[in-house]
Design a protein around this ligand. Structure first.
Ligand code: KIV
Length: 275
């Protein structure tokens, strides 16, 4: 049965955890679709892990639509959330609504995610009134990397922690079905989780959140540009891929590949006529 926003609400009530991974391509989407992972996020982290940018700021609506489409074709049983890229929702409610609509109409996502608190509640209200499910995102929101002066843990002072709690309540009030909490102290995440009736999805926010999300290239040990403290490596695919690529290279150069089993035959009669 397809996971929906209703499943998220039920999990919160039943105190059952939610697992999410990022996803950006059809092949990985098909693999995740066969697993017990509940939902995927086509994150604007696509800018880092797929496009090689140093941050998420250059990601465009066209990027999100292309990658989102690929994922929604493969992840048929999962809730597919698609990130709204930097400056696709900040300018006006109208701009936000049009772009959120494109992520459902053109990319076939089931929900959108945007970063921010009270400042973006008018956009969230407009989207939810139009039938677009919205996931919020608070804490270390990567699109504000320049404002934060780097990727730093957020919500550590009393003022910042209180603001984060107020923002979380405002997002819930505006209609969000869930909120990502990124890189905040785990005890603050626990308080937010306790105060909300919608699920919190943590990344670097501790075990008390209602669910967790990781970037799949991080958890598979594929992306080595930087590795945040909160990442756990469930595999070392970088080494496995490096070895496989080198084995292939060696076999090509030693003429061990392709062997007979990988080649196609032609009738001898036809062949004779070719000389
Ligand atoms: O873009 C992304 O991958 C995200 C997650 C880190 C939550 O927003």
């Amino acid at each position: 049965m397809k996971i929906t926003v209703a499943t998220f609400a039920k999990r919160k009530v039943e105190k059952q955890k939610i697992s999410m991974l990022t996803c950006y391509d059809y092949t990985t989407a098909k693999i995740i679709n066969q697993t017990n992972v509940d939902a995927v996020l086509v994150g604007d982290s696509v800018g880092n892990v797929m496009l090689g940018y140093p941050d998420t700021l250059s990601v465009t609506m066209e990027d999100m639509i292309t990658y989102g489409r690929a994922v929604s074709r493969g992840c048929t049983e999962k809730l597919v959330v698609i990130d709204m890229p930097f400056m696709s929702y900040q300018v006006s409610v109208e701009q936000a609504l049009i772009n959120a609509g494109r992520l459902l109409k053109e990319a076939r996502g089931n929900a959108v995610k945007l970063e921010g608190g009270q400042n973006i509640c008018p956009q969230i209200k407009a989207m939810t009134q139009a039938g677009i499910p919205v996931m919020g995102h608070l804490g270390m929101t990567p699109q504000s990397v320049n404002a934060f002066g780097g990727n730093k843990v957020q919500g550590k002072t009393e003022a910042a922690a209180k603001k984060l709690i107020e923002d979380a309540l405002a997002l819930q009030e505006a209609g969000c079905f869930a909120i990502v909490l990124e890189c905040i102290p785990h005890k603050l995440a626990a308080i937010v989780t306790e105060k909300l009736s919608i699920p919190t999805i943590g990344i670097g926010a501790g075990a008390q959140c209602d669910g967790q999300i990781l970037v799949y290239q991080d958890m598979l040990g594929m992306y080595k540009d930087f590795s945040p403290k909160f990442v756990k490596h469930y595999a070392n695919l970088s080494d496995i891929m490096t070895n496989a690529f080198n084995d292939y290279d060696k076999e090509v150069k030693e003429q061990a590949f392709p062997s007979e089993e990988h080649t196609f035959k032609i009738d001898e009669e036809v062949l004779e006529k070719l000389y």
